[in-house]
Structures are given as C-alpha cells and as structure tokens.
Design a protein around this ligand. Structure first.
Ligand code: ASP
Ligand code: MG
Length: 347
C-alpha cells in the first residue's frame, strides 16, 4: 500500500484536481490519498474566525469560500454529478455558517472552536475529491486520536495506528482521507498544526507499513538553496531522514517537520514529487546515505525573523537554576528556542 498526499496548490484548482486523478488512477497498488484544504482556504478560515470573534458579520467571506468550491465542482463534474456533489457539501457549509454565527454572537474564539472552524477546509476538499475520484472517504478525525492541545495536538500513536490500520484494511483499492484533522478522546475536533496534512499522511503510512509515502506538492523537491535567493539552486535527488529533518527544521518549507519521525521509525521512504511536473525525479528521502566526497554539503537553508540574545553577568557563575529560569520564562511565552550554547563559566 502507498500513501499519496496532495497539498493545497495540488487540490486548489479544477485543472490540478484532474492531474491528481491521472496520478492516482494510474497506480497499481492500494492507495490512500490524503488531501489538504484547497490552497488558501485555511488562511481564509483563520481570517473569518478572527473577524467573527471581534463581532464583524462575515457573509461575504463565507460565500466566497463556498463559491470557490462550487466553481471547481462545476468545472470538474457533469451536470447531474455536479449537483449531487454540491448538495453533499451543503450541510458542511451550513454547519460552518452556524458556528461562525455563534462566534460572532459570543465574541469569543477559543482554541477549540478555532480548530473546529479550520477543520472545514479539509472536510470540504476531501469530500469533493472523493466524489470526483468516486472512491470512499476515510474519516481521519475518528482514526487519528490526540490529546486536547488544540492548535497542534499530540498524537496517541498506538491507538491511532490501530484505528488507521483497521480502517485501511477495508479499503478495496483507493480511498481519500482529509489531512490535518484529528480528535481527542471526548470526540472534540483537534488539528495537527498548520501544514499538518503531511503529518496525517505519515501517520497513515506508518500505521499500514506502507511501501512509500509520496508528498505531492508544487515544487520539484528539496532544493540546494532557496531558489528565490540563489538562482542556480537545483533539486536534491536523495536525502537521509536526518538531512531532510535538518533542512526542514531550518526553513526549507517542503515538508512539515513532524512528518519525518513516524516514517523514519518504520523505515518507509518519502518521495517528494511535483504535481505540476509528475515526470520529474523529485527528492527521495530514505535511510541510505549517498553523500559522496564530491558533495559533502547537500543543501543550505535559512530562516528569517530569528532573534539572538546573550545573557551574561558575573552574578550567574555557580548559581543553580539559572538555565531553568531562563528557558522557563521563554517557554511560558511560547518562544521556541532553536540553538543554545553556553560558556563553561556560566554553569
Ligand atoms: N490546511 C492546513 C494548513 O493550511 C493543513 C495543510 O495544508 O497541511 O495549514
Ligand atoms: Mg499545506
């Protein structure tokens, strides 16, 4: 079995959804297709939720999201199937509208409600695409179980793997599943963090011991550098899991970093492919080390918006608990520390 994940751009237009169907329906193996929300929809939903919380009525924005889905459906489907698909999405739009109305009335947006609102992006796209491919839909929310850390929930791996493999054992050849969404033990919807559809796909891959995880995106793979900065950057054909982790952690936005661990643990290769250039080689991430003497450095990535600060003072020498207080203070403000170094005198 293979898991194929298609990102926001890949599902963002009728033309690209047609490409997906060509890619998927040509496969010989059993396939689970994990999809993101249509490109830009999650950001629109964040905007809708925030404005609603400040009491602004938002009919226009919600109608625009609806129109975007319906236009794609009209382009993709024949008349009769189009009407049926539009009808099947209707209850979701109505539910979304009611929740947003509730937020507007109460003027409050809890992290739990925000997750509920953002989840509509993937619920809508997966329903649309499963209708188009005419294949069953797996409810990711009920098979991916997490804690209640809304916004970026932590997965209960054992339970999740058991539920996913049970759901996938019933799949005949193809199925579609929404990325990003999950649920807590009490059934509340949670999400896996922005960009989390890659992670959903990795969880599916690990649960079923897939032969490969394919991440279909809008670039050719990991590049040697940011092509917007370095014009001669080119695609890196192979990477190890740890090289891929290092590059994505440091700003290469090809893959959501938590994605790597579940497949690394099961030694399942990840193939990054470009939906717009399906014949390209992409980047293959696996255990095998291919760095030769000629190319000791695989790629260079960078992140902006980072602060560097130094704490020094003679009063710190030999004082127990200084590091705990410093990092505790940063953690309370949810500041992520990416690099630490300490002089031997400051311990
Ligand atoms: N739709 C979610 C986001 O935009 C998840 C994803 O696309 O991976 O963050
Ligand atoms: Mg995405």
């Amino acid at each position: 079995m293979k898991i194929l994940k298609f990102g926001g751009t890949s599902v963002g237009s009728a033309e690209n959804i047609k490409r997906i169907s060509e890619i998927v329906l040509n496969q010989q193996e059993k396939i689970i297709v994990v999809v993101s929300a249509l490109g830009g929809v999650t950001d629109l939903l964040v905007g809708v939720a925030r404005k609603a919380a400040s009491g602004i009525k938002l009919n226009g924005e919600l109608l625009a999201i609806r129109a975007r889905h319906e236009e794609i459906i009209e382009t993709l489907f024949g008349n009769e199937d189009g009407v049926k698909t539009i009808d099947s999405l209707k209850p979701l739009f109505e539910e979304l509208e009611k929740i947003v109305q509730g937020v507007t009335l109460i003027g409050e947006l809890t992290p739990k409600t925000l997750d509920k609102i953002l989840g509509f992006g993937e619920r809508l796209s997966s329903l649309l695409i499963s209708n188009y491919l005419n294949v069953p839909l797996i409810d990711s929310m009920s098979v991916i179980k997490t804690d209640r850390n809304f916004g970026k929930a932590n997965v209960d791996f054992d339970l999740t793997y058991e539920l996913i493999s049970e759901a996938c054992s019933k799949v005949f050849q193809f199925a579609v599943a929404p990325g990003f969404i999950s649920s807590a033990a009490d059934g509340s919807m949670t999400t896996l963090g922005r960009g989390g559809s890659d992670y959903t796909a990795a969880l599916f891959a690990a649960a079923v011991n897939a032969t490969q995880l394919e991440i279909w995106t809008d670039v050719d793979g990991f590049m040697t550098a940011d092509p917007r900065v370095i014009s001669k950057a080119y695609t890196i054909p192979t990477l190890t899991y740890s090289e891929a982790m290092e590059l994505s952690h440091f700003g290469a936005k090809v893959i959501y970093p938590p994605t790597i661990l579940p497949v690394y643990q099961k030694n399942i290769p990840i193939h990054i492919k470009n939906t717009m250039n399906p014949l390209g080689d992409g980047t293959l991430i696996s255990q095998s080390e291919t760095t030769g003497k000629d190319h000791p450095i695989k790629g260079i990535s960078s992140i902006s918006g980072i602060s560097l600060f130094t704490i020094q003072g003679l009063g710190m020498v030999g004082v127990t608990g200084i590091s705990m207080r410093l990092f505790g203070a940063l953690a309370r403000k949810e500041i992520n520390v990416i690099l630490i170094s300490q002089a031997s005198s400051a311990n």
